[in-house]
Design a protein around this ligand. Structure first.
Ligand code: G1P
Ligand code: ZN
Length: 562
């Protein structure tokens, strides 16, 4: 019997503008009658060749995810989509969605996540559209989606369609004269198989597997932070690489992430930091709610900044089989505020290094055009052109491959890197949940400095002096399609290559979050093992003085320092 398609009248909701990475709001906002439906209808309206298309749907398992899957599948059916691939129980990590879109050559996918933001009935939810290359929608699609949300009058849904996403299998429906197929897929299988083609699992197994008597001399600790990576971590590290049953913790995805911030940084992944400080483990990694972010630690809690992490991976591609095929490393890239360590690797290798605005979506075009192989963001994002999202588990496997080939502690790997290239010290200060108006005012004042009024001016603090070379508001022209992104953050560039960057977060769900990025480049080997906060202290003070940040935000101290 054919199921009926219903067209429901609706009215626009304010503020359905996707941010750096999709639409993120409190769960309660998404639960309003028609709110989620409106946004989904507007996503579907930008899918190329929607009629008879295949779309992937899945997310990080947070609260409201299953409800959203149900709405999306019913709306896909009503809007003429031919097939929907759904992760079992609605679970798919963001990297796994990207891979599935590419592997199955679908027209795109919908990712249900608010990434590293807390989850639960009182917390955040998010919906993100990925296009057919597997990457986040570009400005052209997100603008069209937003435009749609401001004028929407009706949406289509198939209320009678009942699906069961608890077990793997395919089911066919007749929906208003069309065939509609729902295929529930294993959440981890395809991704794990893909990782086996990228890395040498035999070498990794050799490094990690428990030796005689249940003891390994290379113990690792992986913290899935109650997010989506748990099942991937169990399958890869426990089952495939035999790293033992205690190599991973918090591997069951929870709807509220057990009440924690599933954000792998030194503040929110403190449990991992503490465990690493015990000296028991050689390697530690944590991932965020949807599995695209990573934090990498060495023995005794040695912290590898994400800016250094991507540079070291780029410098050691010989340890990763994937980069030995297909013409090797084509180019490197980082987002603008990310520390510049990778630039030095690129220039030594003689490959291009691109500087793009914040947000993974800007890497996609370069990858599709064959110009980019490895890239990263300071915000714990690392990845390659194997998919079109950053990939936490991939980053951990890349690091383990490097450690397997170098057979020395992570600290020594980094020291060697700094000895070769010099060290870009980097820190980020976040001022979360500030009032929006004064923060916008601060950005306006900083933007006004682009006129050049401070150029050449000297600032001194705690014995260090910096001279401002230039101030600008970062603008990016995509070298592939010529599209232009303006006002991506104010950069204060110093004459010695040090820099300070200010921008407002585009992922927060309420208020304004100010991000201040501070970086200084040192070639004096006696500084390499110093604490970044100590080295950067004077420049931080200068940055606060120039921006009058404390005045505008009313905050003495940042919420998070990384
Ligand atoms: C933040 C990070 C950015 C990352 C994004 C999505 O965005 O800074 O690098 O791409 O999350 O994970 P922001 O809140 O700064 O706009
Ligand atoms: Zn994420």
């Amino acid at each position: 019997m054919a199921l009926e398609v219903v067209t429901k009248p609706t009215k626009p909701f304010d503020g359905q503008k996707p941010g750096t990475s999709g639409l993120r709001k409190k769960v309660k906002v998404f639960q309003q009658e028609g709110y989620t439906e409106n946004f989904i209808q507007c996503i579907l309206s930008v899918v190329e060749g929607l009629e008879g298309s295949t779309l992937v749907v899945g997310g990080d398992g947070r609260f409201f995810g299953k409800k959203a899957v149900d709405i999306i599948v019913k709306m896909c059916a009503a809007n003429g989509v031919g097939r929907v691939l759904v992760g079992q129980e609605g679970i798919l990590s963001t990297p796994a969605v990207s891979h599935l879109i590419r592997k199955r050559k679908t027209q795109g996918g919908i990712v249900l996540t608010a990434s590293h933001n807390p989850g639960g009935p009182e917390e955040d939810f998010g919906i993100k559209f990925n296009i057919s290359n597997g990457g986040p929608a570009r400005d052209i699609e997100t603008n069209a989606i937003f435009q749609g949300t401001t004028t929407i009058k009706e949406y289509k849904i198939c209320p009678g369609l009942e699906i069961d996403i608890s077990s793997i299998g395919t089911k066919e429906f007749q929906v208003g004269g069309h065939n509609f197929v729902v295929e529930v897929v294993d959440s981890v299988e395809d991704y794990v198989e893909y990782m086996k083609t990228i890395f040498d699992f035999n070498t990794l197994r050799d490094l990690l597997q428990e030796k005689e008597g249940g003891k390994s001399d290379f113990k690792i600790r992986i913290d899935a932070m109650n997010g989506v990576t748990g099942p991937y971590v169990e399958r890869i590290f426990m089952n495939e690489l035999n790293a033992g049953p205690t190599c991973a913790v918090r591997t069951k995805p929870l709807e509220d992430f057990g009440g924690i911030h599933p954000d792998p940084n030194l503040t929110y992944a403190k449990e991992l930091v503490d465990a690493m400080r015990s000296g028991e483990y050689e390697f530690g990694a944590a991932f965020d709610g949807d599995g695209d972010r990573n934090m990498i630690l060495g023995r005794n809690g040695f912290f590898v900044t994400p800016s250094d992490s991507v540079a070291v991976i780029a410098d050691n591609t010989s340890a990763i089989p994937y980069f030995k095929t297909g013409g090797g490393v084509k180019g490197l890239a980082r987002s603008m505020p990310t520390g510049c360590a990778i630039d030095r690797v690129a220039s030594k290798k003689g490959v291009a290094c691109f500087e793009v605005p914040t947000g993974w979506k800007y890497f996609g075009n370069l990858m599709d055009a064959g110009k980019l192989s490895i890239c990263g963001e300071e915000s714990f994002g690392t990845g390659s052109d194997h998919i079109r999202e950053k990939d936490g588990v991939w980053a951990a496997l890349a690091w383990l491959s490097i450690l397997a080939s170098q057979r020395r502690p992570m600290r020594e790997v980094l020291l060697q890197h700094w000895t070769t290239y010099g060290r870009n010290f980097f820190t980020r200060y976040d001022y979360e949940n500030c009032e929006s108006a004064p923060c916008n005012e601060m950005m306006k004042c900083l933007d006004a400095l682009s006129s050049g009024s401070l150029n050449g001016k000297e600032y001194s603090n705690s014995g260090k002096t910096y001279t401002i070379a230039q101030v600008d508001n970062f603008q990016y022209t995509d070298p592939v399609d010529g599209s232009v992104a303006t006002k991506q953050g104010v950069r204060i560039l110093m004459s010695d290559g040090s820099r300070v960057v200010f921008r407002l977060s585009g992922t927060g769900s309420s208020g304004a979050t100010v991000r201040m990025y501070v970086e200084s480049y040192e070639t004096d080997a006696s500084t390499y093992e110093k604490d970044a906060q100590e080295v950067l202290g004077p420049l931080v003070n200068i940055a606060l003085e120039i921006s009058r940040l404390q005045h505008f935000t009313g905050r003495e101290k940042p919420t998070v320092i990384t």
